[in-house]
Design a protein around this ligand. Sequence first.
Ligand code: ADP
Ligand code: ZN
Length: 599
Amino acid sequence: MRTTALEILKTVYGYDAFRGPQARIVEHVIGGNNAFVLMPTGGGKSLCYQIPAIVRPGMGLVVSPLLALMADQVAALRQAGVKAAALNSDLAGEERHALWRNVRAGNLDLLYLAPETLLRPDVLELLDGVRLSLIAIDEAHCLSQWGHDFRPSYRQLDAVVTRFGGTPRMALTATADEPTRAEILSHLDIAEADAFVAGFDRPNIRYAIEEKDNPRAQLKDFLKRHEGESGIVYCLSKRKTEETAAWLRDQGYDALAYHAGMDRAAREANQARFRHGEAVVMIATIAFGMGIDKPDVRFVAHVDLPGSIEAYYQETGRAGRDGMPSDTLMLYGSEDIALRSRFIEESDAPDHRKRMERQKLDALLGLAETAGCRRQALLSYFGDHSEPCGNCDTCAEPPRLFDGTIAAQKALSCIYRTGERFGQAYVVDVLLGVENDRIAQFGHNRISTFGIGTEHDNRAWRAILRQLIALRLVEVDLAGHGGLSIAPAGRDFLRDRPTLMLRVPAAARARRGKVARGAVQSSVAAADRDLFQALRQKRLEMARTQNVPPYVIFHDRTLIELASAKPSSRAEMASVPGVGEAKLDRYGPAFLAVIAEYA
Ligand code: ADP
Ligand code: ZN
């Protein structure tokens, strides 16, 4: 059995070996067992149900939450020569009949459908007469009532798995947390012994977190490193996505906005352009999420603080599904912390929920302020382990720490002496001894803390205050005026005066100035870059004529391999990863011709 699965991996997908737990899962399901698969994005979940569905007799059902996702998967499978189709409500009468004729004739290996479609009585009845190889429930966390992606119809899928009780069922997700996992297992009646859990690490993703200094300049520097590549920029508000997209278009980027306030057609149009394009920057709120199956998202930037470590992990996780180097950047400042705190306090959630949300925010701030490896901090949050990774900002350039005890005392006492009601800018001015009308009007140029902080500059003081807020020594007024006050932990600190180590703020824009090449381009040898671009161009042409996203033809990784190996025959091309037999027949000649021009 194993060889059959391996043969399919090679001939259909063009890959030489299974990755991580894939081989065990595939074998397990081919053997007729259920499986729960928890793998990070890009881990290769799809093969885990596709290959068993091809090997086992009968047709596999794949439940997927979004039409766009299904369409892409089906397009990619067909390109590889797999008999796959999607059953959706848009199908016109004749198409629908033809599809069912195919199903009954046993002509399909995989049928994708939304849960709402599967639950329809007429569909269930038709399926009663069909031999099923397995039922795979993708994005299975959508059945969790506590998660962000809850879909009521997902919840009713337990009835379907009972109805087809003898058919192996699979639940697949990338959502990490323990309660969700337990809920999926019990709801779909999958045994603990059938659970396969891969580690959470995404080694090809680089993590970087910077304090907000000049966010637009910081974003621009980041994007400059990714010319010609696609990526996502997450913002907190709808308005900000629109403004940022407009600004980036002025800068010459192909930038699109995406948020829940846009009408559905506009949203779908932008999503389609993102999927089909080669260098599109999507400026989005978190509404842009689950449907992103694009494997070549090369970067994800957060210009506002995300909601939690889970959210940060999921959102950054949309980069680099194809395993190629990908880059992330998160920016955050004191205002972000204040705003996030306000969201929590002003929500009408019960107290225990608020407490949990506060802890989650603190954990995220801990990640942002850590002087250690980001990946280590991130993975340890999920109970996973990593050595210092060498692929994050703090590994590349460990932040310097200084004894901030005195600075913290000065800042706290300045907040106290000015009455615990002024914002950050004002407090910093008093510390620096700035003479201005407002300070004079309140008489704060005559208090003992006026001008006691001249050993640090304005920027350094802002960084110190931000860290005191993140450490919960200082509170930000939640009514929104941004007034600083001393938190209970700050009072303890003033009393006990323990040593407090703080980060030295990164020198302004020091390590940014230089423009590096995009992550993928830099993995192409200089001599092969023109060929790589020509291959990309060919891929884009062929994608346009078929109206499919370029990556369903070949992934970037395959193009890079082609550019470096420069095969001159069909047989040589067949050994390049990602080139299966169907694609060799269909695209071999065209791509070999391009390569011949450069050889
Ligand atoms: P997930 O659904 O877990 O996010 P996918 O199934 O989309 O991940 O796979 C991610 C990428 O990895 C795809 O480009 C896929 O073709 C590739 N991939 C999966 N399995 C293998 C493998 N065994 N060898 C090489 N590439 C693989
Ligand atoms: Zn690291």
